[in-house]
Ligand binder design. Structure first.
Ligand SMILES: Cc1cc2nc3c(=O)[nH]c(=O)nc-3n(C[C@H](O)[C@H](O)[C@H](O)COP(=O)(O)OP(=O)(O)OC[C@H]3O[C@@H](n4cnc5c(N)ncnc54)[C@H](O)[C@@H]3O)c2cc1C
Length: 232
């Protein structure tokens, strides 16, 4: 049995007892918008960091952009009476172009809102012939955009392990051993990145800006390569 039932997995609870996902202090709003202005060029991807908030833009088609906004708020944050869009327009007032345009071009009822949750890496993902996969095994904050990707990698590795082993339990153990290191690394790295990106103190944020400017681009590239170039 493969428990691929997400961050609040019932299969995980059956195996290891109930564990509440941990809220990491910020919530993410997302949308897709058309934009024809001159502030963005094709294939423009960016993330702008402020104090306790950031805004990301990804080009997903001709003059179409996915955007996301991460804001430090309590887990029980309630949307204002005028809706998500109005809240965001207020939160990002004065930010650079075309942040306000992208929010304004997204219908309020199409703006998604999800808290950033994860778990500390589990020691085991399964028992006997029961095994976890995806967010059920290794839920991750969304800072590296890897949660869905890792679930797909799990599935590919699991299929390979089953094809290589006549003993099913051995195949499941092999899958777990092969996947735990990478997923643990991404869970931790993503969490750390979220913590740094959501710093709220203006003094610390100024220090962050100065330090990141001094760091060589190849350091970021090397780190990103490790995250994004995984071979099963
Ligand atoms: C704000 C945000 C941004 C993200 N951005 C990215 C990104 O850019 N790239 C990326 O790769 N990932 C991203 N992710 C993470 C990604 O969404 C998840 O990691 C991914 O959906 C996990 O897939 P999964 O199949 O393991 O779990 P899920 O997608 O949660 O699927 C679990 C399924 O199991 C079903 N289920 C649950 N309980 C039961 C039950 N008892 N019986 C039957 N069915 C059940 C659920 O209905 C659901 O359909 C983001 C997440 C968030 C919150």
């Amino acid at each position: 049995m493969i428990g691929a039932d997400g961050i609040r997995s019932s299969v995980r609870s059956e195996l290891f007892g109930h564990i509440n996902p941990i809220y990491r202090g910020y919530t993410v709003w997302r949308g897709v918008a058309g934009y024809e202005g001159s502030a963005l060029f094709e294939s423009a991807n960016s993330e702008t960091w402020g104090a306790g908030k950031r805004f990301g833009i990804l080009n997903v088609g001709p003059q179409r952009f996915v955007w996301y906004a991460a804001v430090s708020v309590p887990c029980d944050h309630v949307v204002g009476p005028d809706g998500r869009k109005r809240d965001l327009l207020e939160t990002f007032k004065g930010w650079h172009e075309p942040i306000i345009d992208l929010i304004a071009a997204t219908p309020d009822n199409e703006i998604m809102k999800h808290g950033a949750y994860d778990l500390v890496p589990l020691r085991r993902w399964g028992h006997g012939r029961v095994m976890l996969l995806g967010d059920a095994a290794h839920p991750c904050t969304p800072n590296l955009g890897q949660g869905g990707g890792m679930a797909l990698e799990d599935a590919a590795v699991l299929a390979k392990c089953i094809a290589q082993n006549t003993d099913l339990e051995a195949a499941l153990r092999q899958y777990e051993n092969q996947r735990r290191h990478r997923t643990k690394h991404i869970q931790r790295r993503s969490r750390l990145m979220g913590e740094i990106a959501q710093w709220e103190s203006r003094t610390i944020v100024t220090g962050r800006r100065m330090v990141t400017r001094l760091l060589p681009a190849r350091l970021f590239e090397r780190n990103l390569r490790r995250v994004y170039s995984y071979r099963i």
